[in-house]
Design a protein around this ligand. Structure first.
Ligand code: GRF
Length: 213
């Protein structure tokens, strides 16, 4: 059965690209990508992969009901069931989320560059680096009405290295995001029932939660 999903992104799009490539390798490319920033690098990446880009510009990072109503309309037209956020710099509120309600959760997934609940909000890798954290990482989680808050699906721990500068630290994190976020998509596409069960049972949905260096 088709696994209809969309990706929403605002930035360089390394995660979006990794998701697209995983989806394509499984014969289930995303139906489209929503982009809210016309200068986002993700647009070229999606075009090169032959994925439809829908640009709905807004610079307001906060909830906007009209914006969400438009998203819902587009998603309904394409029968979208799941949404994967990949660096989408806009908060989604109830108007959007309720269109993806699965009784006990919303079928909207995000990746955040910290070991939540640490460092919610912007610049999370910077915050971990500045704090001198020896272990840092990223989290794949369900989206709810609160920012960077929903149920954790997967968390990956990374060891920082003494010689790291901020770029080393961030790049290592992003490279690992690009490897593991698509694994979540793969699990969802390969066995959606098991994926939902895993969410309902509040289990982490992938093994191998930390990186030995
Ligand atoms: C990633 O670090 C992701 O965790 C965060 O925003 C960044 C997006 O990077 N939500 P990219 O656009 O996928 O390269």
């Amino acid at each position: 059965m088709a696994f209809n999903y969309a990706i929403f992104a605002s930035g360089s799009g390394s995660n979006a690209l990794a998701l697209i490539q995983m989806g394509k390798s499984l014969g289930q490319a995303p139906s489209f990508i929503i982009v809210n920033n016309k200068n986002a690098g993700v647009i070229d990446k999606a075009n090169q992969e032959g994925i439809k880009v829908i640009l709905i510009e807004t610079t307001n990072p906060k909830v906007e009901v009209d914006f969400e109503l438009e998203l819902v309309k587009i998603c309904r037209e394409h029968k979208i069931k799941w949404v994967f956020l990949a660096g989408f710099m806009k908060i989604l509120g109830k108007t959007f989320l309720e269109a993806f309600s699965n009784d006990s959760f919303y079928r909207v997934i995000n990746i955040h560059p910290s070991l939540l609940p640490l460092y919610k909000g912007l610049n999370a890798y910077e915050k971990a680096f500045t704090a001198g954290d020896l272990v840092y990482g990223f989290t794949v989680h369900l989206v709810d009405e609160k920012i960077d808050h929903g149920q954790i699906i997967y968390q990956y721990e990374i060891l920082s290295q003494e010689k790291d500068n901020l770029n080393d630290f961030k790049n290592r994190g992003l490279e690992l995001e690009n490897i593991y976020y698509p694994q979540i998509l793969k699990m969802a596409i390969s066995d959606e029932v098991e994926f939902v069960n895993c969410i309902l049972n509040e289990k982490r949905c992938l093994k191998g939660e930390s990186h030995e260096q």
